[in-house]
Design a protein around this ligand. Sequence first.
Ligand code: COI
Length: 354
Amino acid sequence: MYSNLKITRVEESRLGKIDLDNITFGTLYTDHMFVCDYKDGAWQTPEIVPYQPIMMEPSARVFHYGQAAFEGMKAYKDEQGDVWLFRPEENWRRINFSSRRLAMPEFPKEYFMEGLETLIDIDRDWVVPGRGNSLYIRPFIFASEAGVSAAPATEYKFMIICTPVQAYYKGGEVKVKISDYYSRAANGGVGATKAAGNYAASFHPTNKVKEEGYQQIIWTNSTHEYLEEAGTMNVFFRIGDTLLTAPTDDRILDGVTRKSIIKLAERDGLHVDVRKVGVDEVISASRDERLMEVFGTGTAAVVVPITGIGHMDYHYDLPKLEEPYSIKLKNQLLDIQYNAAEDPFEWRYKVDRK
Ligand code: COI
């Protein structure tokens, strides 16, 4: 052990009392959680403890200045009952990228990997087998220090909680509206991070498009000329036989699913063009029947076909294809995640039994 991780187990698991066949995303949590405090300039001894509420001062800086960031990752159970993570170091790297941008301390890799693996091992019975089931893992960090002066905190908590999940979007597909007013991110801003506030700022615009029958927004750049992300996902467009997706930059999240899908598509010999994608280009491709597919990618959602796009006062339906790229690539990704296929890119990470 690197960190003297302290473990306190529950006396009795709640697992037997729960109907794991009918779960709403993110509503119930496993028996244990990971927590590590930062104070006096250092991360303290990490602990795994029974899942429980935490006590906070009302003046804790996270409530006032939003110093908080999170990650999303998943664990999968294969047919032999072994449990696997998917590219976990990418999440460690990215939460520290988010932390740096929000003036929070970075979390050591050894603490992250050891805490994560031990937690998932202890709660491995919560990883439900079968395609479509997984354990969603939520690492997060926030400013816990009391005090309302607007300055970075000197005390933080890094935690990991886990929730058994099925599909993120009921029905597995969405309709989206292209934003022509609201923006999610700006050059030099925090759009590329998983700052909690990015998601808070998206709720009001998303509620507005929901009133029009859309589930999510396609976020655009500040002039609303280029398509950037779809709701909580990165977004791909297939025009003819070419897959297009925006390059990651200050405004766009470097999605782990996004970059995995790009690799799988390239391996399949598909033409992937990572470049700015114009609103006009996509709308005119739809009018000319060259827009074949649009899909979102993300850890929670995996790969979600977009069946229709709204822009201004118009709605464009996507064609129904026999063999969409989205489903083919999604299945290839899931095969790797569930240990049902070779792993040529070495993305899988086995959670050993201790
Ligand atoms: C994820 O895909 O893991 C995300 O972070 C989206 C989340 C807001 C559910």
